[in-house]
Design a protein around this ligand. Structure first.
Ligand code: NAD
Length: 264
C-alpha cells in the first residue's frame, strides 16, 4: 500500500487508545503515506492520544466533544488554519450509557436515547457539514457501524437503533455530497474488544459466538479493519459511495448460526 495515500490529509476522530478501531485505520493510512490529524475527547484521553499521534507524526488538533457544536467548530478551524483543506475524515465515535447496554431495549430512557443519537448518529452529520467545506478536491468520509443495526443483538439495544440511523444517514450524506465527489461510507465491523465495547453486557460471549460461527472462524482485528478503511479512504474505492461494508469474518451472511461456543 506504500504511496497509495501520498498527498492526502485526513482527520481521525475517535482514538482513545491503541486498541481503538480509529487507531487501526490511522496506522494503515499513515503506512500508505497519508498525513493525519487527531482529536481526543477530554483531558483524560489527551495523555493517551498525544504519544500515539507522535508515533504517526500526526497533528494533534485538540479536544473535541462532538456533543458540543462550538467544540467541533474549534477543531475544524484549526484544521482550516493548518491545512486549508481536507481529503478524508474518519468518524469512529459512539456512546451510550452502559446501564442501558444490558437488559431490554424497551426500557431505554428518553434522556439516554437522545444522548446516544446525538453522539453516535448526529455527530457524523455535524462533522460532515464542516468537512464538506474543506473537501474542495473531493474526499472520503468514513464511519463505523455494527451488525446490531440490522438484526437484534443481545444487550446492544439503543446502540443498535442508533447504528441503523447512522447507516441511513450514510446513504443520505452520500447522495448530498456525491456531486462534490465526496464519498461517504461505513464499515460494519465484527466485535472487537475496545474501551467502548467493554460497556456492552456479556461482550465476551458475543466475541466467542462470532468466533465459532463466522465463516472465517475468527473475530477481526483493528489492523484488519484498518486495511478495509484504507480502501475506503483511498482512490481504490473512488467508484464506491453510500456503502455499508461488512468487515466481520463473514458473520452477517450466516443464516443459521449452529455452533455454540463450547468453553463459555
Ligand atoms: P473506542 O472506545 O476505542 O472508541 C470510541 C471513541 O468514541 C473514543 O475515542 C471516545 O473518546 C469517542 N467518543 C465518545 N463520546 C464522544 C464525544 N461526545 N465526543 C467525541 N468523542 C467521543 O471504541 P471502538 O470500538 O474503537 O469504537 C469506535 C467506533 O466503532 C464506534 O462507533 C463503535 O460503535 C464502532 N464499532 C465498534 C465495534 C466493536 O466491537 N468494538 C464494532 C463495530 C463498530
Amino acid at each position: 500500500s506504500k504511496g497509495l495515500m501520498t498527498g492526502k490529509r485526513g482527520l481521525v476522530m475517535g482514538v482513545a487508545n491503541n486498541r481503538s478501531i480509529a487507531w487501526g485505520i490511522a496506522k494503515a493510512a499513515r503506512e500508505a503515506g497519508a498525513e493525519l490529524a487527531f482529536t481526543y475527547q477530554g483531558d483524560a484521553l489527551r495523555k493517551r492520544v498525544e504519544p500515539l499521534a507522535k508515533e504517526l507524526d500526526a497533528l494533534v488538533v485538540g479536544h473535541c466533544d462532538v456533543s458540543d457544536a462550538a467544540s467541533i467548530d474549534a477543531c475544524f478551524k484549526t484544521i482550516e488554519d493548518e491545512w486549508g483543506k481536507l481529503d478524508f475524515l474518519v468518524h469512529a465515535i459512539g456512546f451510550s450509557d452502559k446501564d442501558e447496554l444490558t437488559g431490554r431495549y424497551v426500557d431505554t430512557s428518553e434522556a439516554n436515547f437522545s444522548k446516544t443519537m446525538l453522539i453516535s448518529v448526529y455527530s457524523f452529520t455535524a462533522v460532515a457539514q464542516r468537512a464538506e467545506k474543506l473537501m474542495t478536491d473531493g474526499g472520503s468520509m468514513l464511519t463505523m457501524s455494527y451488525y446490531g443495526a440490522e438484526k437484534v443483538m443481545p444487550n446492544y439495544n439503543v446502540m443498535g437503533v442508533a447504528k441503523a440511523a447512522l447507516e441511513a444517514s450514510v446513504q443520505y450524506l452520500a447522495v448530498d455530497l456525491g456531486p462534490k465527489n465526496i464519498r461517504v461510507n461505513a464499515i460494519s465491523a465484527g466485535p472487537i474488544k475496545t474501551l467502548a465495547a467493554s460497556g456492552i453486557g456479556d461482550f465476551r460471549y458475543i466475541l466467542k459466538w462470532n468466533e465459532y460461527n463466522a465463516p472465517l472462524r475468527r473475530t477481526v482485528t483493528i489492523d484488519e479493519v484498518g486495511d478495509v478503511g484504507l480502501y475506503f479512504l483511498s482512490d481504490l474505492s473512488r467508484s464506491v459511495t453510500g456503502e455499508i461494508h461488512h468487515a466481520d469474518s463473514g458473520y452477517h451472511v450466516v443464516g443459521m448460526k449452529a455452533v455454540d461456543a463450547p468453553d463459555i
